[in-house]
Design a protein around this ligand. Structure first.
Ligand code: ATP
Length: 512
């Protein structure tokens, strides 16, 4: 646990030191759970967004994009159920006065059981070596089975109690499991209460005519209310999807995990409209498709797992999370939800307008069913960033800090150095920068010894360093060094664009 916390602290401080993420309004002591993306962070975030957008919109001829407004008519949120049901169960510890999400306290408890299982697996893998069969071990070892069963039973009971709004039972569960406040260590809890997560604001100048609005808590509703506009103007045929990325706002009860849980964050969502009765198939297909997208980035296949929901939201008939191994354990990264026809029907009812599709093959009109994929851009950023940050022991006994970002996502693709600041080398290096900048983000650096410059770029996540030396002046070649292997090669300046392109091009990564 302490090791995990250390790693997480390193992630947070590295993100600040290398210009990725800053606390919002830091000079005023910050604003809790709100963050700003700095010069490198904004590039990484943009690249993740683009990687998602290309995979969703560009690569699928039946998915189109949308950019709907953050402000929406307030009835939207009545129809969607957010006014009445977008609540989290909160509980306070009377001694530390700290507020928690009751469901998160329970999920963390189950997370510890999962960690125990992982420990057993690691121990057995060591003991049995080559002949170890993980699948068999997970299905037969009595201690693993007992912990698995216990965890599943706890989550099931919590799911059912939350569904029935039986908050007294949620508290009873916390007491039975003897969950203590991580700060005070005490089990002196208040009752569990519901708390609505939407931020309210007002539209209009005068107090009496002003309209109460909400900042959108998800981007999905902008897609639903535009469903028919897009379908008609785009002549879309079911099945088809609408994708959008944009800010969402939630007044989170507890937000102390850096950019994992923010009050202002960005979502990348896609709503896929299907014929009623086919939703199960599409749900399974999108689960697989999204997992493949994650795997294409090479963050390690063992770092993902599905978590099928016992507790379903009011709109869903099936739901699963893709969980990722964050520095603080496996947590939700993306949700895949089969939302039925709940949203479109609700908007029909509240607006009085029909939101139906005429299916030429069936010769009838219906309200489509929807399968949604919903991922937090900031959470994805944290997954990529935390997984890439490592401390490496080198052969010469020293170590280096390296940020092994997937090169397709790296903010800067190459740094160009003159070996020394004289003899015409800076001029040649700057010319290389000027040529490459039409295709890639590149930077020029002449400060400090070359070894130090390499380390700086390793830590910033730059995949290539290119050094101009005295030989360059006669043979037009340079040394190119790769961040991950540290291998250095002599190549012609004319080859640089190709070499970099091959490694960072989005199309090559998307085809993986
Ligand atoms: P959680 O259970 O962690 O609160 P959720 O189930 O409420 O998440 P969804 O409503 O399904 O989340 O939102 C879809 C995605 O948006 C999540 O998988 C997550 O990546 C992202 N997300 C949700 N809330 C936040 C937040 N407060 N900060 C950052 N990302 C978020």
């Amino acid at each position: 646990m302490a090791k995990q916390e250390d790693q997480f602290k390193k992630v947070v401080s590295h993100a600040k030191e290398y210009g990725y993420v800053f606390q919002s309004s830091e000079i005023y002591d910050g604003l809790s759970a709100v963050y700003d993306y700095a010069q490198n962070g904004v590039e990484l975030k943009k690249n993740i967004r683009e990687y998602w957008w290309k995979a969703m919109v560009q690569m699928n001829d039946n998915i189109v994009g949308l950019d709907s407004a953050i402000f929406m008519h307030p009835t939207t949120w009545k129809a969607s159920g957010h006014v009445d049901a977008f609540n989290d169960p909160l509980i306070d510890n009377k001694d530390s006065k700290k507020r928690y999400r009751a469901d998160v306290l329970i999920e963390d408890y189950v997370g510890k059981l999962d960690a125990k299982i992982e420990k057993e697996v690691a121990k057995a893998a060591k003991r049995f070596g080559e002949s170890f069969n993980k699948e068999e071990f997970l299905n037969t070892n009595p201690r693993v089975l007992a912990n698995k069963e216990k965890g599943a039973a706890i989550l099931k009971r919590m799911g059912q109690s939350l569904e029935k709004e039986d908050l007294a039972d949620v508290k009873a569960l916390i007491e039975e499991l003897e969950i203590a406040c991580p700060l005070s260590g005490s089990r002196n809890w208040t009752e569990v209460k519901q708390f609505n997560l939407m931020f309210g604001t007002k539209l209009g100048a005068s107090a009496d005519s002003a309209m109460d609005l909400y900042l959108r808590p998800e981007t999905a509703q902008g897609i639903f209310v535009n469903f028919l506009n897009v379908q008609k103007t785009g002549r879309m045929k079911i099945p088809f999807g609408i994708a959008q990325t944009g800010k969402a706002f939630r007044n989170e009860i507890v937000a102390r995990q850096f950019i994992f849980r923010m009050r202002e964050f960005e979502q990348m969502e896609m709503q896929f409209f299907v014929r009623p009765g086919t939703q199960k198939e599409w749900y399974e297909k999108w689960k697989e498709t999204r997992l493949e997208w994650h795997k294409s980035l090479g963050l390690g296949e063992d770092n993902y797992r599905f978590h099928d929901h016992d507790k379903l939201a009011h709109y869903a008939d099936a739901a699963a999370d893709i969980e990722f191994r964050f520095p603080f354990g496996f947590k939700e990264l993306e949700g895949i939800h089969s939302r039925t026809d709940f949203d479109l029907k609700a908007h029909e009812k509240h607006s009085g307008k029909k939101l139906q599709y005429f299916d030429p093959e069936l010769g009838e009109s219906y309200v489509p069913y929807v399968v949604e994929t919903s991922i937090g851009l900031d959470r994805m950023f944290l997954a990529v960033f935390s997984n890439s940050l490592m401390e490496e022991e080198l052969e010469n006994g020293t170590s280096r800090t390296v940020l092994k970002l997937p090169s397709v996502l790296a903010p800067t693709k190459a740094a160009i150095f003159p070996l020394v600041k004289k003899d015409g080398l800076p001029e040649v290096a700057k010319k290389i920068v000027n040529d490459l900048k039409f295709d890639f983000n590149v930077i020029y650096d002449e400060k400090d010894a070359v070894g130090k410059r390499y380390r700086r770029q390793d830590a910033a996540g730059t995949p290539f360093c290119i050094t101009v030396d005295h030989d360059t002046l006669t043979d037009n070649s340079v040394t190119i060094r790769h961040r991950d292997t540290m291998e250095q090669k002599r190549v012609a300046i004319s080859e640089l664009k190709n070499i970099i392109s091959k490694e960072v091009s989005m199309s090559a990564w998307l085809q993986k």
